[in-house]
Design a protein around this ligand. Structure first.
Ligand code: ADP
Length: 464
């Protein structure tokens, strides 16, 4: 069986609610009206009988009635009876079948031919042994017929009203759910056409004035934007990675062919083997980095958190890279506050320092300086690596964090065979430890990379 649509469900709920509310209200109105009408009849009955009793005067011959005495007043029958049950004066309704006994000052009721009758009697004492009964009788017939008319009208009006409410509710719900249909149509189109550049039409001029569906549309579009970007990055990443891997593979193949075909001595063959070894190592390095990147990408890279002496790591890296720096006559200076501990992944922290310091050397000036610094404030740690090398122009500053991005690929490759992954890894390391990194640089003058790490923050698994 086909499932009921959400639109129909809302309409049904709404209609049922309306039916219950309107029905309940009607029943309440009818019953309260009936209650008050009946009690007003009873009050009037009492009043008329009491008034009539006041219009009776006893004399020596019997009794006398004032002009005020009315035998029939506004639907109320009044009669006077003696002790023996003989009617002395007044009128009685003709269709009464059941008549209750007299009871002084008591309201009684009896049903005759489906009509309820009310009786009210008063006993007037003439002397110790004699007296008169004044009886008032009123029927509920008027109330009942009005009540029945109202119920019949209700039985006709109620279904019509509920039907109209249902139809109106259906149209209102359809109108209100239009944005949802727009969203699902767009999602369907994206799936059918495999096109992430499609967006849901968003007419909102002023973002602050968006309603709930407007916000949903906006969020959905933002999500698509990010998805498209991530997808593009992914494509770019695969293209770049295969490109980077193809270069050393081509070199390896051509060197091996060259060695096989042309090498005449073992020494010549060894030269080719050296090239092959170097390219093989480069590939191994690249594959390690790519693996790390993709594990970080899928969130599988779990940080091995421990207490790390960041000051010691900084000094160690500076010392180890001094030899490489010396090839360019660069001196590495440190300004490291001692004993700064942080909860972090030690291998990643080491990689952070190595990538930043080796970049500073690689892009540093011949005979220049590299400064490595680390300090601690109340709740954060600040580290920096500064050089007075080639610097980075404004246009490139925001892009150097992207994977495989290099300002001058020819220069980078020539100097160290690097592949533009170092800074993206640095950024990921800092962010996965809950920190942030920034760059200040001037082309031709040098750069300083500054990172901040929180001291007591939960460390998550950020995506690379
Ligand atoms: P690479 O492997 O090319 O060094 P990175 O991701 O480490 O890749 O750096 C990306 C690019 O940023 C580099 O190619 C280089 O152009 C630029 N860069 C990085 N560090 C520095 C620096 N200290 N001075 C000048 N340019 C830098």
């Amino acid at each position: 069986m086909r499932k009921i649509s959400f639109k129909l469900k809302i309409t049904l709920w709404y209609t049922i609610l309306m039916a219950v509310l309107v029905g309940g209200l009607f029943v309440f109105l009818l019953s309260t009206t009936r209650y008050y009408t009946v009690s007003s009849i009873q009050d009037e009955l009492r009043e008329v009988v009491t008034q009539s009793a006041g219009a009776i005067e006893f004399d020596d011959n019997g009794f006398e009635l004032d002009d005020d005495f009315e035998a029939y007043d506004n639907g109320i029958y009044v009669s006077v009876w003696d002790e023996n049950g003989e009617k002395l004066f007044g009128t009685m309704p003709s269709n009464l079948k059941q008549i209750p006994d007299y009871q002084d000052d008591t309201l009684q009721q009896a049903v005759s031919e489906q009509v309820i009758w009310y009786f009210y009697d008063l006993y007037l004492k003439r002397n110790e042994t004699e007296g008169l009964w004044i009886r008032g009788i009123a029927s509920q017939a008027q109330v009942s017929s009005a009540y029945h008319n109202a119920v019949s009208i209700m039985l006709i009006v109620f279904p019509v009203f509920i039907l109209l409410a249902g139809i109106l509710g259906y149209f209102l719900t359809s109108h209100a759910l239009q944005p949802v249909r727009k969203i699902s149509r767009t999602a369907q189109k994206i799936a059918d056409e495999n096109d992430l550049s499609i967006r849901i039409p968003d007419k909102a001029q002023n973002p602050a004035k968006r309603d709930e569906f407007g916000i949903m549309t906006h969020v959905f579009n933002q999500m698509l934007e990010r998805l498209e970007q991530a997808f593009e990055n992914e494509k770019q990443f695969s293209a770049d990675a295969s490109h980077e891997l193809r270069t050393p593979v081509t070199v390896i193949i051509s060197e091996a062919e060259c060695a096989i075909e042309k090498a005449e001595s073992l020494n010549e063959a060894k030269e080719s083997l050296m090239v092959i070894l170097h390219q093989g190592q480069k590939m191994a390095g690249l594959i390690t980095q790519l693996l790390m990147l993709s594990r970080a990408e899928t969130g599988k890279s779990v940080l091995d958190i421990e207490e790390v002496n960041l000051s010691e790591l900084a000094e160690m890296v500076a010392e180890e890279l001094q030899a490489t720096a010396s090839n360019k006559n660069i001196t590495i200076e440190t300004e490291v506050e001692e004993g700064i501990y942080v909860l972090a992944d030690e291998a990643l922290m080491m990689r952070l320092w190595i990538n930043l310091v080796s970049n500073a050397i690689q892009y540093g000036r011949e005979g220049g300086k590299v400064k490595v610094g680390l300090s601690k404030s109340r709740n954060e740690i600040c580290g920096y690596v500064k050089d007075n090398g080639i610097g980075i122009s404004k246009e490139h500053q925001s892009r150097i964090w992207e994977r495989f991005y290099q300002v001058d690929p020819a220069r980078s490759a020539k100097e160290s065979g690097s592949m533009g992954l170092g800074l993206s890894m640095v950024k990921w390391i800092v962010e996965s430890h809950g920190g942030s990194i920034s760059l200040e640089s001037q082309e031709g003058k040098g750069s300083v990379f500054i990172f901040i790490l929180p001291l007591n923050k939960n460390i998550g698994n950020e995506k690379f």
